[in-house]
Design a binder for this molecule. Structure first.
Ligand code: ZN
Ligand code: ZN
Length: 178
């Protein structure tokens, strides 16, 4: 299955139906999201319901494994992201006063399809684990010499007040902010 097709659904059968009519689809296939590295295909279930302005889309039981890196030692790790339920509205015509322009989704009226890639991308990122570590006992890398402290010790003296060895990424993010 083609990456672009996994998360594209036809609303053609529903467009001429009355409000409240719905269809359910399952999906399972390869996906691509900006800023996310999938480690598996994605699967889930979608219920599309005709509403006055377009369609209400309920997305259920979604699961995907994604690749992240350990915050302490930067080693690659794989995490399962499960999204039980969320819903979005897809509009046939752009509302004149959208509630939130960043959360506005439109039906592709030419092909009568909707694409769930962007709402799913945002939802996956919201569900990233708060603490991303390869193991709870990970010792991280030395902020001075870069030695992987899981593998060996180094001779650097770390000022305990300034110890960022457990959070190289946090230290990096602070640097970027300045
Ligand atoms: Zn680690
Ligand atoms: Zn060191």
């Amino acid at each position: 299955m083609d990456v672009a097709k996994t998360l594209t659904f036809s609303v053609g059968p529903l467009v001429d139906q009355t409000t409240g009519t719905n269809e359910t689809y399952s999906f399972h296939g390869p996906v691509k999201f900006e800023g996310i590295i999938p480690a598996t295909d994605m699967k889930g279930r979608v219920e599309i319901m005709r509403i006055d302005e377009g369609f209400n889309v309920a997305i259920r039981n979604t699961e995907i494994k994604v690749k992240l890196s350990c915050e302490k030692c930067l080693k690659p790790i794989t995490t399962t992201i499960k999204l039980d339920f969320f819903e979005k509205q897809f509009f046939l015509d752009e509302p004149k006063q959208p509630e939130d322009p960043n959360d506005l989704y439109l039906v592709d009226k030419k092909h009568l399809t909707i694409n769930l890639a962007e709402p799913l991308r945002q939802e996956i990122i919201l569900h990233f684990p708060v603490v991303q570590v390869c193991s709870e006992s990970c010792k991280g890398i030395c902020p001075k010499c870069g030695t992987d402290l899981n593998k060996k010790k180094c001779k650097c003296k770390i000022d305990p007040k300034n110890d960022r060895s457990d959070k190289p990424l946090a230290a990096l993010k602070e640097l970027i902010k300045k």
